[in-house]
Design a protein around this ligand. Structure first.
Ligand SMILES: Cc1cc2nc3c(=O)[nH]c(=O)nc-3n(C[C@H](O)[C@H](O)[C@H](O)COP(=O)(O)O)c2cc1C
Length: 400
């Protein structure tokens, strides 16, 4: 699993000075989307998207998000070598899981496939694989609409080779990677970059960031998503929205997305208003919370954002469950749905009881039992046995 390391503790919201006073509802009502985004990626029609989230953002999470109004998703970072090896041999030791990066069909569109690696040639070969996959899918209505290069992941390099955010210490190498990927991708396919705001706060690293950031646009990248924490910060401490604001002020002619400290729908509009970015990447704020996308659309329409009712929570959990079993198979779905149940529980009036109940489940049938115990009997009855029968599988243990 990838980019979060073991210390991905949620920081307290670190808003920039003055951002707290912004009237998010009024800003959302009057908001006008940057028209270039929809021209670059057809169908990307809201100023926010679901970030790559290793270990979570598989096709099931993406499709549930889209059904709630998410206009665009990015897969988790997949190592170029994993892609080239067809997922074999690297699954445990390395980053990204191949099955989480498989596009989920027409409903999982538009989608960016994110890649990360150490070698420009391998990165280019990985891009060609993604393009081949598109040719087998119903592209352009399914498959990858864009390729996102990860220059952000803080997980340490192996065998002294840079990758992810560590490239920010070697700007010329990072630019080689960017050039190789852009040249390997067909012109009609957008290429984008995910970057940290710097490797650390030294003047040398701040200059490196600017060098790579500017080079990306010069090479033809459509936009950069800037996670406004340094690589050294990992996920701890505030995302520096003031740095984002300054970047936008200096490079306002470009499409820039912002990332970091988006915990609820108000943060989406607060970041847009405060920093002036064209769009916002929603990450930890949407795990177990697909309603953030519905709420964002409500606010854009001048309406008050509504919380999910228990029936809506049940429906979302059931949908997530069904898609997860269908795409992941029962064993992996067991593991995934336990995690998601725990995250969804925060919306329930008895959240602590529900959370504990999801923690304790050991099979998909027990998971279903928690749903029936806490979320009423409403909703379409979905039998695990039925899904299992269709797939010809057997019950599996959650601890697998
Ligand atoms: C569990 C987890 C996995 C992540 N995986 C990825 C990834 O694969 N690719 C990526 O670009 N960012 C990844 N990120 C970073 C997020 O996309 C985002 O930039 C970061 O969490 C900051 O936003 P937030 O503070 O609103 O969560 C991950 C973050 C977390 C917490």
């Amino acid at each position: 699993m990838a980019c979060h390391g073991n210390n991905a503790t949620a920081p307290s919201p670190g808003l920039a000075p003055g951002a707290g006073e912004i009237d998010c509802a009024a800003f959302a009502r009057g908001f006008e989307m940057d028209g270039r985004i929809g021209e670059i990626v057809a169908g990307f029609d809201g100023p926010f998207f679901q970030a790559g989230l290793a270990g979570y953002s598989d096709a099931a999470m993406r499709i549930v998000a889209r059904r709630h109004g998410c206009p665009y998703c990015v897969t988790e970072a997949l190592l170029d070598r994993t892609l080239l090896a067809g997922g074999r041999g690297f699954a445990k030791a390395d980053l990204g899981e191949l099955h989480d990066n498989v596009p989920g069909g027409a409903e999982d569109h538009p989608l960016a496939g994110q890649i990360m690696g150490s070698d420009p040639d391998e990165m280019a070969a990985a891009v060609r694989k993604m393009v081949e996959r598109n040719e087998r899918a119903d592209y352009p209505t399914a498959g990858f609409a864009a390729i996102d290069v990860n220059l952000a992941c803080p997980v340490k390099k192996i065998k002294r080779k840079a990758r992810g955010g560590h490239w920010l210490r070697e700007p010329e190498g990072a630019i080689e990677i960017l050039r190789a990927v852009r040249e390997a991708a067909p012109e009609h396919m957008a290429a984008t970059v995910k970057m940290r705001r710097s490797f650390d706060d030294t003047p040398e690293m701040l200059r490196s960031f600017e060098r790579v950031f500017d080079a990306a646009y010069e090479l033809g990248y459509a936009w950069v998503t800037v996670h406004a924490r340094t690589v050294e910060q990992k996920y701890i401490g505030p995302s520096r929205w003031d740095v984002l604001r300054d970047l936008v002020a200096r490079r306002g002619d470009r499409v820039i997305f912002g990332s970091g400290d988006i915990w609820n729908v108000h943060d989406v509009f607060r970041m847009l208003a405060y920093t002036g970015v064209s769009g916002v990447s929603i990450a930890r704020g949407c795990i177990g919370n697909p309603w953030i996308f519905r709420q964002a659309r409500q606010m854009l329409a001048g309406e008050a954002p509504t919380r999910p009712t228990i029936i809506e929570q049940r429906r979302a959990l059931e949908e997530h469950f069904e898609i997860s079993v269908a795409i992941n198979g029962e064993k992996r779905a067991s593991f995934m749905m336990r995690k998601f149940g725990i995250r969804f529980s925060t919306h329930h009036p008895r959240s602590e009881d529900v959370r504990r109940a999801f923690i304790g489940v050991k099979s998909l049938d027990e998971w279903r039992g928690v749903l029936n115990a806490f979320y009423g009997e409403a909703g379409e009855e979905m039998s695990v046995a039925g899904i299992r029968e269709r797939r010809g599988g057997e019950s599996v243990n959650m601890s697998a």
